[in-house]
Design a protein. Structure first.
Length: 211
């Protein structure tokens, strides 16, 4: 196997550094999801942009993690050209594919963070919180066990949790199928919608949106 050239080694180092900065930034944005607008707009010296909604931040977080994993896999396999190709794509995306109307996630730097804009006790990120709805108690005979809801399959549970989070973040029911199917390792949009239809009442009860 040929030794990687200095060009590909340097490209790999630059891409590792860039992806690490991106991941650091989206982790900060995940924390900022809890802030109201008055505090969000002063927690960093932001450029002009449209505040990213929660599902966009979470999707960016997943994609950066996946890209870092892919980069290391390709480098370990001796494919230095992968890092060079990524670097070219980043350059062209900034040169040619500029984001319209300020719809992007601006880079957040911990060195620029205005700590006084954060709450004293930082709450867990929304992605780390799962809200479970209590099962309604049914009248039972003395000594009889209450009926248990059958456990969901891992795939169904994942879609269930995604739907609960998105509803709590203000998304509409009709948006859920397409949004969830875009996430990493999720079923097709048709299968996601089937799961949503089947468990709609329980999802809405868990999210607190049943009306």
């Amino acid at each position: 196997m040929a030794s990687p050239s200095k060009e590909t080694t340097d490209a790999a180092a630059r891409m590792r550094q860039l992806l690490a900065r991106w991941q650091q930034s989206v982790e900060l944005h995940t924390r900022y999801l809890m802030l109201d607008d008055a505090h969000y707009w002063h927690v960093q010296p932001w450029p002009a942009h449209e505040r990213p909604v929660a599902w966009v931040v979470q999707l960016a977080r997943q994609k950066v993690t996946e890209l870092r994993r892919m980069l290391e896999e390709r480098l370990n396999a001796g494919d230095g050209g992968f890092a060079t190709g990524l670097e070219h794509m980043v350059f062209l995306a900034n040169l040619v594919g500029l984001q319209p109307a300020g719809r992007y996630i601006p880079l957040a730097d911990p060195m620029n963070e205005q700590v006084d804009m954060l709450p004293p006790a930082v709450a867990p990120a929304a992605s780390d919180v799962t809200v479970e709805a209590p099962e309604p108690a049914a009248p039972a005979r003395r000594g009889a066990k209450a009926p248990r809801t059958p456990p969901l399959s891992p795939e169904t549970q994942q879609v269930f949790d995604d739907a609960v989070r998105l509803l709590q973040w203000g998304r509409q029911w009709h948006e859920l199928g397409e949004l969830i199917s875009r996430l990493s390792d999720r079923p097709s949009v048709g299968e996601v919608r089937r799961i949503l239809r089947t468990h709609r009442a329980r999802i809405e009860a868990t999210a607190g949106t049943a009306g």
